[in-house]
Ligand binder design. Sequence first.
Ligand code: SAM
Length: 284
Amino acid sequence: MAWNLSGTHAQAGDLAQLAGLRNKSFIIQLVPGAVFQTHRGVLNHDDLIGLPWGSQVFSHQGSAFFLLQPSLGDLLREIKRNTQILYPKEIGFILVQMGIGPGQHVLEAGTGSGALTTALAYMVGKEGHVTSYEARPEFQRLAQSNLKRAGLEDRVTFKLKDIQEGFEDRKSTRLILDVANPYDYMAQVRAALKPGGFFGSILPTTNQVAKLLIALRQERFAFLDVCEIMLRYYKPEPDRLRPTDRMVAHTGYLIFGRPILLSENSAGQDLLAEINADREEEVA
Ligand code: SAM
């Protein structure tokens, strides 16, 4: 499979999205001779391969779909999951805030269903790499199959290991924890993450955030930020443009920090305290 984002026509091996009514869509890999079955009818892959992206296609029962190139967001929304996953709104901000891009080596735990892993693997590109730790084999297996489906498995090393035992890696400048008790692993994070690197985490309750902040300060992390991302969709109707009736009010809080090397003298301690106090001001 390939993330063929530049082609104008659907090719064998491409990931394709069949988008139908009522927000129903399916993401498939186009394989010559294969058949796609849904309760809305059957489509032959051979009838899709070679069509321009954006074409309307019909199942044998006459159900209509549009043939589209899926975005990373489309793939993440449809990912198979056994765990809570990170959502595109948080993932997008994490990627920007932590400067995750081509060629980088990123560490994460836990892998869970691999939604964040998929986004990280996509962003680090062919030259970069992601090492992802997970304690439970059944979740790791699911994540591996999700990454394979996205064609990104070569960019990820999956470790079946409790991070209580520490990370084996020492060369990362980006480390993300999506586990329930990140504050218990700060010494392990500190040992794995290069000074000056980027740490990020997501937690569902403020109680957990408070514990993490205390642990981060103890381990000499500076430039701490806590935020949440609220996303509100609108009904795309020009005559009655207004927010949709419902929105997801809460997913989680994002916490970011940088491990720093503190000089031994008291001026270093003072500066750290001042920098942490500065963060109480608004950051745009
Ligand atoms: N970020 C993932 C995603 O987007 O699909 C979801 C992660 S899920 C919320 C949390 C995962 O962390 C679970 O799969 C859990 O088994 C794993 N986990 C919790 N504590 C861990 C530990 N100490 N070491 C390794 N994995 C751990």
